[in-house]
Ligand binder design. Structure first.
Ligand SMILES: Cc1ncc(COP(=O)(O)O)c(C=O)c1O
Length: 379
C-alpha cells in the first residue's frame, strides 16, 4: 500500500521553474501581446542570436518543433528515394519518421550499452548493408540520447569516408558539451527541440536548427516558409510552415537566463542518483570528455518491472524510454536491413527505466526515490 504521508513526486517539475521566473516569462509574453508581431517577431531573432552564440554556431533558425528541425535540413538537401539515413532505433520515433516521410530509407543502427548512443561498429555494418541493398549512404543522424553527446570523434571520420554528412538530433542535448565544445557544431546541422519536457523548453512546441554553412542556412530558411525566399514572393522549392512562434521565443529567452544554472543542478541530481544507486542498478555512463544535460536519468536493470511497481506504490512516477525500439513499430519494420536485429537496443528496451529528473528535485525527495529503488531490488 502507498504510504499516504509521502506526497506524489512530479517526474518533471515545470511549476518549480515557473515559480522562480514567472515575472520574467509573463513580462516577455506581455511584450509580444503588445507589439503584436506573433510570427518572426523581434524575440525570435533575439533568441536565434542567443542560441547560436550559446552553441558556438554561426547561424540558428527557430522552428516549430524538434521534428521539423530534423525535416528542414533533410528537405533542404533534397534527401529522398534511394538515400540511406543512418539512425539509432533506440530513440524517439521522429528521428526515423522524418527520413521515411521523405521517401528515404532509415537504416537502423545499434547503440552502445553504456551510453545508449550510436555504436560506431554497428554504423559501419549498417553502411555495408545499405550499400549491398543498393542504397546511397547520405546522412548519419546521430542522436544525443538522454542528454549526452554521441561519440563524434569516431562517427565523423566514418561519415566523411563514406561521403555522408551528419545531422545531430540534439533534441535532448542542447547545452551539453563534447571535448570542451558545446553541442551545435559537430554535425553539418544540429537540430533541437523545445518540447516542454526538454532541458531547455517552451510552453508548447518549438525547435531550432544550428549550422555554420551560410548557403545551407539560406536553403533551410526557404524550406521553413513554403520554399519562399528573396522577399519577392518567389517560391523556389517545396517547403513547410515551420516557424517558431514569437510567444514561445519570449518564453525561451526568459528560461535561457537560468539555463546554465539549471544544467548544473541537473548534474548535481544525477551525481546524487549515481552515488546512491550504482551498486544496485547500472547507472548511466558519460563518455570521457563529455557533459550531459540529463534530459533523462535512466538506469538499466533486469528488475525494471519491480522498480516501476515499487516506485508507483510510493507515489514516485517513472517512465520507459523506450520499451519498443523504433524498428519494432509497424511502419518501420520494413526498413530493417540487418536480419540479426539490434541486440543491444532490444536488450535495453527490456531493462531501462527513467527516474524523476529536473533541476528542482530536492535531496529529501531524491532520497525517497533512491530508497524505493534499493528496496525494489532487495538491497
Ligand atoms: C531524440 C528526439 N528527436 C526528436 C524529437 C522530436 O521533437 P519534437 O517533439 O519537438 O517534435 C524528440 C522529442 O521527444 C526526441 O526526443
Amino acid at each position: 500500500m502507498r504510504d499516504t504521508a509521502s506526497p506524489s513526486l512530479p517526474f518533471i517539475d515545470l511549476q518549480a521553474q515557473r515559480r522562480r521566473i514567472s515575472g520574467l516569462i509573463d513580462q516577455g509574453i506581455a511584450r509580444v501581446l503588445d507589439h503584436g508581431a506573433f510570427v518572426t517577431g523581434p524575440e525570435v531573432i533575439e533568441l536565434e542570436t542567443a542560441l547560436a552564440a550559446r552553441a558556438s554556431a554561426t547561424h540558428c533558425l527557430g522552428c516549430s518543433s524538434g521534428t521539423d528541425a530534423l525535416m528542414i535540413p533533410l528537405m533542404a538537401d533534397d534527401v529522398g528515394e534511394g538515400d540511406a539515413v543512418f539512425v539509432p532505433s533506440f530513440t524517439f520515433t521522429s528521428s526515423a519518421e522524418v527520413p521515411a516521410l521523405l521517401g528515404a530509407h532509415p537504416v537502423f543502427v545499434d547503440v552502445d550499452p553504456d551510453t545508449f548512443n550510436m555504436d560506431v561498429d554497428s554504423l559501419g555494418l549498417a553502411v555495408a548493408a545499405a550499400k549491398a541493398a543498393g542504397l546511397r549512404p547520405k546522412v548519419v543522424m546521430t542522436v544525443d540520447l538522454f542528454g549526452q553527446p554521441a561519440d563524434y570523434d569516431r562517427i565523423l571520420p566514418l561519415a566523411k569516408d563514406e561521403g555522408m554528412w551528419v545531422l545531430d538530433d540534439a533534441a535532448q542535448s542542447f547545452g551539453a558539451t563534447y571535448k570542451g565544445a558545446p553541442i551545435g557544431g559537430f554535425g553539418r546541422v544540429t537540430a533541437t527541440s523545445f518540447y516542454p519536457s526538454k532541458p531547455l523548453s517552451c510552453y508548447g512546441d518549438g525547435g531550432a536548427v544550428l549550422a555554420d554553412d551560410t548557403d545551407f542556412i539560406e536553403r533551410m530558411k526557404r524550406v521553413r516558409v513554403h520554399g519562399n525566399g528573396g522577399g519577392n514572393g518567389e517560391v523556389s522549392r517545396l517547403g513547410l510552415t515551420a516557424r517558431l512562434d514569437t510567444i514561445q521565443a519570449a518564453v525561451l529567452l526568459a528560461k535561457l537566463t537560468i539555463f546554465d544554472e539549471e544544467c548544473d543542478l541537473r548534474n548535481e541530481v544525477a551525481a546524487r542518483y549515481s552515488e546512491g544507486l550504482s551498486n544496485v542498478v547500472k547507472t548511466p555512463q558519460i563518455i570521457d570528455g563529455a557533459t550531459s544535460v540529463w534530459a533523462q536519468y535512466t538506469v538499466t536493470s533486469p528488475a525494471r518491472g519491480a522498480i516501476a511497481e515499487t516506485l508507483a506504490t510510493e507515489g514516485i512516477p517513472t517512465a520507459l524510454f523506450y520499451p519498443n525500439p523504433v524498428h519494432t513499430h509497424a511502419p518501420y519494420k520494413k526498413y530493417l536491413l540487418n536480419n540479426s536485429g539490434l541486440p543491444v537496443t532490444e536488450d535495453l528496451a527490456r531493462q531501462v527505466i527513467s527516474l524523476p529528473m529536473h533541476p528542482y528535485l530536492d535531496a529529501e525527495s531524491q532520497d525517497r526515490v533512491i530508497a524505493a529503488v534499493r528496496s525494489a531490488v532487495g538491497a
